[in-house]
Ligand binder design. Structure first.
Ligand code: NAD
Length: 484
């Protein structure tokens, strides 16, 4: 199977370019397919196609554009099983998670389409009589979206419909690790009847394709989700030619467990938040901060559960946790486990590669829990992006908040307690863009703002009206009769 690029309404094979082999991370003997590593000239072709398609697309009404987005959501929904299977083979997450991601993506598209009937501007009281004074929201032009591999459906579905609804034409880059899921995304819009050139997909490396999608002077806005390192670089390049940059970056998300929490539920939340998706979520619960009084009981109950986790091929219905996405990702995770031990944290379970023939050909790693973790340790401060949970102990609520806020990230945070006073205090004082009570730090509704604070985000929000606002600009209009 070969992944083609979608440029100007054509599925093109790009000719003589390097082809990257995509292998199943649960079984690297299985080749999923081959994907072209496009060059800068191919991005330029996509930019030209998008620029050509822009005038007709921007001339449509919000409601006309929303109809195409709505149809694309129906295509995704109808193909949830097929795309879910591809996502599991390409990225490794369990089939239940993968299929769920596709239906969540369809819901995101529906949610954006529903905004078409919202008010997009305002009517104001004028300074001069008989003046009709109002604002409009207009598209920016050609924009680009750059996504990581961990949510190859959800993340494009946060960005692409927001850009399209606003009247922009788009260049889309999936991660080089998950191009086939990206291919399905573009296909859904094609099948929905999106006019040629309005959406273009180019596959390849970040250093070439991604960089050109940021640097090209025709591109008016870039919506990027990925690592902090790349995000910061993109912000600088975009600012250099006056393009807007929306950055959704990493997380080091805390779950605070207070002494009145119900431990059965709190341990379930800690485990699922940390280990689902093999911990490869920007919103993964990577730190549990537990009040000292219940810390020993909490850890004992948590370990009982984590030790029962079944790793394996995501297509096996008994699998709780698939492999990591790649060898590099596994090396990073194993290196952090080594660092944690070296820093003096206590390894309570996991810490290595599961043994058995079924794990020999995949990028598996054990579900791993550390305690005796000090807030200054690197495993407590840096994003690991794997199934590694650090348990930190706090003397009381105030110390728990202090520890939670002591990192550079601020994406998502949660607390388990029945105490309403503490809940309100937590909501006020926690430094995070998404806050949950009596839930872990992951999972989001599709119609409310999503994004982080501090190092986790540029501050723009995804989902809903705020996402479309990023991709549009305001025009203020004064209409006066000639006689005035
Ligand atoms: P990454 O930064 O390596 O790559 C993300 C995307 O950027 C890829 O498509 C890549 O090809 C491209 N890219 C790389 N270098 C580039 C450059 N110089 N110019 C332009 N594009 C470039 O991240 P990743 O490893 O794919 O994803 C994992 C990271 O994503 C984690 O840090 C995770 O926290 C973050 N993430 C954040 C969110 C969120 O919403 N905040 C969601 C998911 C993942």
């Amino acid at each position: 199977m070969e992944c083609r690029n979608y440029i100007g309404g054509e599925w093109t094979d790009l000719g003589q370019v390097e082809m990257r082999e995509i292998r199943n991370p649960a079984n690297t003997d299985e080749i999923v397919g081959r994907c072209p590593m496009a060059q800068r000239e191919h991005v330029q072709q996509a930019v030209d196609a998008a620029a050509g398609a822009f005038p007709a697309w921007r001339a449509l009404t919000y409601q006309e554009r929303a109809k195409v987005i709505e149809r694309a959501s129906e295509v995704l929904e109808a193909k949830a099983e097929e795309i879910g299977r591809m996502l599991t083979r390409e990225e490794g997450k369990t089939f239940a998670e993968a299929r769920g991601e596709v239906t969540h993506g369809a819901d995101l598209l529906r949610s954006y389409a529903s905004l078409a009937r919202q008010a997009w501007g305002g009517v104001f009281s004028p300074a001069k009589p008989d003046t009709f004074l109002y604002t409009l929201r207009e598209p920016l032009g050609v924009v680009s979206t750059i996504s990581p591999w961990n949510y190859p459906i959800t993340i494009p579905c946060r960005k692409i419909p927001a850009a399209l609804l606003g009247g922009n034409t788009v260049i889309v880059k999936p991660s080089q690790l998950t191009p086939f899921t990206g291919w399905h995304m573009a296909k859904a819009f094609e099948e929905a009847g999106l006019p040629s050139g309005v959406l273009n997909m180019v596959t390849g490396s970040g250093a070439v394709v991604g960089d050109e999608m940021v640097r090209n002077p025709i591109i008016r806005a870039i919506s990027f989700t990925g690592s902090n390192e790349v995000g910061r670089e993109i912000a600088g390049v975009a600012a250099g030619h006056g393009a807007k940059a929306q950055l959704e970056l990493g997380g080091k998300n805390p779950l605070i467990i207070l002494k009145d929490a119900e431990l059965e539920r709190a341990t379930d939340l800690a485990m699922d938040g940390a280990m689902k998706g093999t911990g490869q979520k920007c919103t993964a619960t990577s730190r549990v901060i537990v009040e000292r009084e219940i810390a020993a009981d909490f850890v004992e109950m948590l370990l009982e559960k984590v030790k029962r986790i079944t790793a394996g091929d995501g297509m096996n219905p008994d699998t709780y946790m698939g492999p990591l996405v790649s060898e590099t990702q596994r090396q990073t995770v194993l290196e952090y486990i080594r660092i944690g031990k070296e820093e003096g944290a206590r390894l309570l379970c996991g810490g290595g590669i599961p043994s058995g023939a079924e794990y020999d050909k995949g990028w598996f790693v054990d579900a791993t829990v550390f305690d005796n973790v000090d807030p200054d340790m690197r495993i407590a401060r840096e994003e690991i992006f794997g199934p590694v949970l650090s348990v930190l102990v706090a003397d009381d609520f105030d110390e728990a908040i202090e520890i939670a806020n002591s990192v550079d990230y601020g994406l998502s945070a949660a607390i388990c307690t029945r105490d309403v006073e503490r809940i309100m205090d937590f909501v006020n004082r926690i430094e995070a863009g998404v806050v949950r009570v009596n839930h872990h730090t992951s999972s989001t509704d599709t119609h409310v703002p999503f994004g982080g604070v501090k190092g986790s985000s540029s501050g723009f929000r995804e989902h809903g009206i705020m996402a479309v606002e990023f991709f549009t600009q305001v025009k203020t209009v004064y209409i006066q009769p000639l006689s005035r």
